[in-house]
Design a binder for this molecule. Sequence first.
Ligand code: NAP
Length: 547
Amino acid sequence: MPDASQSLPRQLDVVIVGGGLAGLYAIHRLRKLGLRVRAYEAGSGVGGTWFWNRYPGARCDVESLEYSYSFDEQLQQDWKWPERYGTQPEILKYINHVADRFDLRRDVQLNTRIESAVFDGKANEWVVRTDGGEEIHARYCVMAAGNLSTPRVPDFKGLKDFKGKWYHSGLWPHEGVDFSGLRVGVIGTGSSGVQMIPIIAQQARHLTVFQRTANFSLPARNTPMPEEKERRHKAEYPARRAAAMETPFAIGGHPKPTSSALAVDKVERDAAYEAKWQEGGSISYLYAYTDLLVNKESNDTAAEFVRNKIRATVKDPKTAELLAPKDHPIGTKRLCLDTNYYETYNRPNVALVDVRSDPIDSITATGLQLGSGTAFELDAIVFATGFDAMTGALNEIDVRTSDGAVLRDHWMGGPLTYLGLMVAGFPNMFIVTGPGSPGVKTQMIASIEQHVDWIADAIEHLGKHQLDRIEPTPGAETDWVHHVNQVADSTLYPLANSWYMGANIPGKPRVFMPYVGGFDRYKKHCDAVAAQGYRGFTLSRHETVAA
Ligand code: NAP
């Protein structure tokens, strides 16, 4: 990778934090406005999530024809996705292709972590410092640092004494890991664990899975990309993208459900679930009926169908029962997609250990020990234990203003944003797919494009009107947070201890963070806010010190 730091202009119009899908699109979009932009990326390559998460089996759970940029028709026509769901290497290859194709690399500075961002009210600019001691001044700051980008290893005592090797799914060694002949322990059964467990099981001498919460997982039914499907999709790409924008998940191709799960009898319902199960994919399943995410009784029918599939697949009844989730409605934690996940527990070299009833006490020199004293000898431990989601990346940066506002303090009781895009008291700082945005509940790239377009339009609007500062009013922020919570409370989502709630991090405030009112509603709302002269924002002009 070329080191672009030599050509770094210290004075920018927009400083972008992150060189993943969001940061790259922000460069492209904001450059078109004639702005001087530059993204700072901690990794040694672009790609964000897809750069870091290289664990075995890492693959997107949104279909590849959907999970891609829509901003350039020729790009979407040219790129060939080899499989129904993109693998991590394939998606990373795509992102690198985009970086080259649109000449984005010259404005990405790799191997650079942003340590602080301070808004200087007098100069009306952000002063951003890197871990290399560089200082960047910019009128606007775009935080494109990701939602699931702060890997979290639980604070188990003894980890430093472990004589084997340990890994986190989100910090996977680039050279890969060979588990052949090893006794491996995987801790965590979220999307990452569910994807890697079947692959590690094939390699390892023995695999022990330490499960705290059983998760619902559906078969992905991955296949090589059928040529005819690709041809049809590409023939209608713009229309399909437009249709996806009109859906809650920003994912097209799934007819909207029309009836409640309780409006039909069990035979008809189970036939519908079976069809969805055979089709593969999570949106498809949750779209079986209108009320699966809002009515517990309806949800129970969909959940029980999957539990019965697990019972039918896993031969040992005790293991099957442990794998069958009973403590949260289906879909309220991220629904996993897998290839042979439940089947893997039928292998003689795989064991499941319930660490809800007997939690992990410590890591030892030779393995792992539970509270009861039961010990496991392990050569390698994999933490598929998730991330400090949604707020972790921003809270790692010292974000403050010359007026004394500190983002970590502002968010002490849970993140506060207006539209998930901006924070009161932090002018000219935009967040891409932050808390309060629907990002993580959607096809993420669609949300990224929508957010970045909205941000670019706002910056353009300011310029056209000789304005140079935008910030949400505290009232608008309060109202939005209230709305986000109200919408969440009208669904079943808050019934799960999920990372959406910050529940996976001890001590993190329990606040439901994503907006679950749907991408379609959200986009219309953002468009209306802009059309009404940026309702809820204060737009102003500030003479800079230099001026
Ligand atoms: P996750 O969903 O947060 O799962 C973490 C797992 O680790 C959970 O099973 C959790 O149990 C367990 N865990 C955490 N601390 C533990 C402890 N102290 N003891 C025992 N178990 C512990 O993390 P993830 O699997 O990395 O996925 C995060 C998100 O990334 C997903 O929800 C998804 O949005 C995204 N993702 C997507 C894909 C895909 O597209 N296919 C793949 C991977 C990730 P509890 O549930 O009890 O907390």
